[in-house]
Design a protein around this ligand. Structure first.
Ligand code: 6PG
Length: 233
């Protein structure tokens, strides 16, 4: 299935378009389901996107959010994705966000807890049917998505534990490839020329092994790029 590619002049316009599309997607999902299941992402564009979602006046009793990965630090550490997300969208703290364990436990124990929480919410991790309506992902210049890095193994059921992330902080929990691939739609948000090489490879090379090439939507995959990145493709 061919991906949909949207190119905006600036990151700001890219986010406005993604937010407008998000509103349309949630309205459509809620025509046939009681709740929309959305995976958010960390990183600069990912958290700016959460800030855009805060402006949409969503009915939070009908949208369930979770981050696709979490930095495994203390609960109140400013590196945590949820800390950053809540700082731009405070209502996320009061409802609707499935939160990851923090570093007051061991990483493996955190992974096990999160695997259990996901199984309670979504059933077996072995299935391949859709569980999310949308997965939003940022992209690293090395081609990583969520906390799935090139050359590192995805070692879990629903959740992968990462001990040695090349992007600090080093310990992280992440949705696994199998989990990320259980969304009807996947949206990649990427800006800046330094990410052009990996995006070019994911879009043009059928044998690309980078993490960003290993995730796609069950129904559709979309790329939101800025002009700087697109011009460098
Ligand atoms: C994280 C992310 C990570 C991020 C990319 C892009 O927690 O670090 O989930 O996958 O989305 O590294 O980040 P930027 O938008 O800041 O480049």
């Amino acid at each position: 299935m061919k991906p949909r590619i949207f190119v905006a002049d600036t990151s700001k316009e890219l986010l406005s378009q993604a937010a407008a599309d998000f509103l349309a997607l949630v309205s459509e999902v809620l025509e046939s389901k009681p709740v929309a299941n959305i995976i958010l992402t960390g990183g600069s564009l990912g958290i700016a996107m959460v800030g855009e979602l805060a402006k949409l006046n969503l009915d939070l009793s009908k949208v369930r959010f979770m981050f696709g990965d979490e930095r495994f630090v203390a609960l109140d550490h400013e590196d945590r994705n949820e800390y950053q997300g809540i700082s731009v969208f405070p209502e996320l703290a009061t409802r609707s966000l499935l939160r990851y364990p923090a570093s007051d436990t061991e990483l493996l124990a955190g992974q096990a807890l999160m695997n259990k929480a996901m199984t309670i919410s979504y059933g077996s991790s072995e299935d391949t049917s859709d569980v999310f309506d949308l997965v939003i992902l940022g992209v690293g210049p090395d081609g990583h998505v969520a906390s799935l890095f090139p050359g590192h193994q995805s070692n879990g059921e629903w959740i992968t534990a990462e001990w040695d992330s090349p992007k600090p902080p080093s310990e992280r929990l992440s949705l696994s490839y199998r989990t990320l691939n259980r969304a009807n739609q996947v949206w990649f948000l990427a800006s800046g020329a330094q990410k052009a090489a990996v995006v070019r490879s994911a879009l043009g090379d059928p044998n690309c092994e980078l993490p960003l090439a290993k995730v796609r939507g069950l129904q559709s995959t979309s790329w939101y790029l800025d002009k700087e990145l697109s011009d460098a493709l």
